[in-house]
Design a protein around this ligand. Structure first.
Ligand SMILES: [Zn+2]
Ligand SMILES: [Zn+2]
Length: 142
């Protein structure tokens, strides 16, 4: 399958040893841009991958985040979510349904550099009601 090869290629390019859990989890995140938690990844994969454990999902997502293949996002309720889109973008958290939406953004226009400081990470989060949960959605068709 093409997506599996893609996950493998990216791991190889990053110099990370190819293991089945790494490929399976990374492939899932590349194909499902839903910002899942480790629990959600595990639930989605465990049936087809009986040897996968929740602990290995935690280990793999942390490792791939350290290698900058995944982005860790902490939601307002403190849960860690993972995103395979590593280009800078912000996140909108719906406080009603908990869904996380991507916000297109450019870090250069958002922040002014502090002279002499070395910025290592920037995150942009917004909270509120998503289009499906906002009251005005009653007027629109679903
Ligand atoms: Zn919502
Ligand atoms: Zn995202």
């Amino acid at each position: 399958m093409q997506t599996v090869r893609d996950a493998q290629d990216r791991l190889r390019e990053a110099g990370i040893r190819i293991t089945t859990p790494r490929v399976v989890i990374y492939d899932f995140l590349l194909r499902n841009r839903i910002h899942p938690t480790c629990d959600e990844i595990y639930t989605a994969l465990k049936d087809k991958n009986p040897s996968l454990s929740l602990a290995s999902v935690y280990n793999v997502t942390e490792r791939l985040s350290d290698e900058n293949l995944l982005v860790r996002i902490v939601s307002p309720d403190g849960e860690r979510h993972y995103d395979s889109v590593t280009e800078f973008h912000g996140h909108f958290f719906c406080r009603e349904c908990g869904k996380i939406y991507d916000i297109k953004s450019c870090p250069d226009s958002l922040f002014e550099e502090i002279p002499g400081a070395v910025t290592e990470s920037i995150s942009l989060t917004a909270e509120g009601l998503c289009p499906k949960c906002a009251p005005s959605s009653d007027k629109k068709k679903k």
